[in-house]
Write a protein that binds this ligand. Structure first.
Ligand SMILES: Nc1ncnc2c1ncn2[C@@H]1O[C@H](COP(=O)(O)OP(=O)(O)OP(=O)(O)O)[C@@H](O)[C@H]1O
Ligand SMILES: [Mg+2]
Length: 266
């Protein structure tokens, strides 16, 4: 990736909570089209960084740029309109609405005509089609008419993804999308994320603890440690980076089978 275009960039991004430097002087560059994972132990600052990127938290210091535009102080609701999609928590699903309705509401909320009573009928047809497409992509078509509350945990996770996709974001921010999934469901779910990423020519930033997943899917990886960036590189570079190995081998590579040099020490 020599001439890669930067879609998202942070400069000196910092968020302190009292004396705690949760994110501290982070300079991150995300390239257009890449699948970029952010890893680091519990408390490293990954979620805080995501909150800053999606503007749900304001930085103590520093800036965020999306496609060259300073978005640091934009309100969070503007993010979806700009093309930045952050995964919703399960609690944001409307339990009594059907799977289809949940997705359609998300599409409509972002639509130009919103809830204007004079909205032309064709517009609703378009919302419907976008929603059906998102269900198809996430493999939820067969449960479209089911109330969201009746879904299995894995399907709820897919529904979150469908809601996100229905808004057709250019940049996906996914914070531990597999958390809570049964171990045997993780590979299928990650394949889905990869498919969405590649087919949709999207840029994806992923926080994920499963090292096998991270190593096999990522174009590049950023390692965070105590609020700062410890290393950035390809999976191979990261797994062979002596500093990363020194800081994390015991903790982060536990369970990884192809960790590379030293991985077996975990
Ligand atoms: N609102 C807050 N107020 C005070 N401290 C906070 C707040 N949010 C996060 N922190 C602290 O900031 C640090 C970074 O937390 P963060 O949630 O970003 O870590 P993380 O890398 O996402 O961890 P995990 O892997 O467990 O999800 C932690 O020490 C956490 O306790
Ligand atoms: Mg977190």
């Amino acid at each position: 990736m020599t001439e890669a275009q930067v879609i998202l960039e942070t400069r000196d991004l910092s968020r302190h909570f009292g004396g705690l430097k949760a994110v501290d002087g982070v300079n991150l560059q995300i390239y257009q089209g890449e699948l970029h994972s952010i890893i680091g132990p519990n408390g490293a600052g990954k979620t805080t960084l995501f909150n800053l990127l999606s503007s749900t938290l304001k930085p103590t210091r520093g800036r965020v740029f999306f496609k060259g535009r300073d978005i640091t102080h934009l309100p969070p609701y503007r993010m979806a309109h700009l093309g930045i999609g952050r995964s919703y928590q399960i609690t944001n699903i409307f339990p009594s609405l059907t799977v289809f309705e949940n997705v359609r509401v998300a599409v409509q909320a972002l639509g130009k005509h919103n809830f204007n009573p004079l909205t032309p009928i064709e517009q609703f047809q378009e919302y419907r089609e976008q929603a059906l497409e998102a269900l198809e992509l996430t493999g939820l078509t067969h449960v479209a008419a089911v109330p969201a509350l009746a879904l299995s945990h894995g399907d709820k996770r897919k529904l979150e993804l469908a809601i996100l996709l229905a808004q057709n974001p250019e940049l996906l921010l996914l914070d531990e999308p597999t958390s809570g999934l049964a171990g045997e469901d993780v590979p299928e779910f990650m394949q889905l994320i990869e498919r969405i990423h590649r087919q949709g020519q999207k840029t994806t930033v992923l926080v994920e603890h499963n090292m096998n997943v991270v190593m096999s899917l990522s174009d590049r990886i950023t390692v965070m440690h105590q609020g700062q960036i410890l290393a950035v590189g390809t999976p191979q570079e990261i797994s062979q980076n002596p500093e990363v190995q020194k800081a994390y081998l015991g903790e982060m590579y536990a369970g990884i089978e192809q960790a590379g040099p030293g991985g077996e020490m975990a």
